[in-house]
Design a binder for this molecule. Structure first.
Ligand code: SAM
Length: 220
């Protein structure tokens, strides 16, 4: 794990986990509409789901009601576990249906071809190697498995927002646990070798610095 994400002090991990738990509520309320639509189009036949960079577990409420579901939440920050576990229980998952694994997207701690779905929201901004993480997503998915993603990406070249993002990028990486503001993640997902990619773009007016978002579903 160290190769892809140097260890942070415990106090930093806890501070970031608490900031995500408390600071993202208005963001989550703002994106709830399109998250609901996206997760509704997620087939519901998924029994084994991996959440990449699960964080505090804000997505469970959109899908955890499915029967016979087992969710593996992978995150390098161990302090996320208590929040994610609380969110899993609140969403109706049995305690035995959620496993937290400390790990990184670049080296997922699960076997090849074992997952029906991988979910990743606001994660590829933070991993060290986006392309390697996408190859890992494909590796752990079963053939026909789905990768559901929501990622914030660089604004349009030449726009004032894009200029602001490049100025603030180093600060964002420092204060937001390695999060980059200027990645072209949509392009990388489109060219990662999935058999089918459905990709959409939207804006998040109130937190425009992490706007636009790309979201959709890719199939292995
Ligand atoms: C902005 S948070 C998003 C968390 C959650 N997915 C959400 O939508 O709120 C980014 C998450 O990615 C995790 N992360 C950072 N580096 C990672 C890596 N290399 N692999 C997987 N997760 C990583 C962080 O610990 C954090 O929980």
């Amino acid at each position: 794990m160290e190769k892809f994400r140097p260890a942070r002090p415990d106090w930093y991990e806890e501070l970031f986990a608490k900031a995500m738990e408390e600071g993202m509520r208005s963001y989550e309320a703002e994106v709830a509409g399109y998250k609901e639509d996206l997760f509704r189009s997620f087939t519901g036949t998924s029994k084994k789901v991996l959440e990449l960079g699960v964080g505090t577990g804000p997505n469970f409420k959109y899908y955890a009601h499915a029967d016979d579901l087992h969710v593996v939440g992978v995150d390098p920050n161990k302090q996320m576990e208590k929040y994610a576990r609380g969110a899993a229980l609140a969403a109706g998952l049995l305690p035995t249906s959620f496993t937290f694994m400390q790990g990184v997207g670049e080296d997922l701690p699960v076997e090849d071809g074992t997952m029906d779905a991988v979910i990743g929201t606001l994660v590829l901004c933070s991993v060290k190697d986006v392309n390697l993480t996408l190859q890992e997503v494909k590796r752990v998915l079963k053939v026909g498995g789905q990768y559901l993603f929501i990622e914030h990406v660089a604004a349009q070249d030449g726009s004032f927002l894009r200029f602001t993002q490049s100025i603030l990028d180093p600060l964002q990486q420092f204060f937001a646990d390695g999060c980059h503001l200027t990645r072209e993640t949509g392009e990388q997902i489109s060219h990662a070798g999935f058999s089918d990619v459905n990709i959409n773009m939207t804006y998040v007016p109130t937190i425009s610095i992490i706007s636009p978002h790309v979201y959709g579903i890719a199939c292995k």
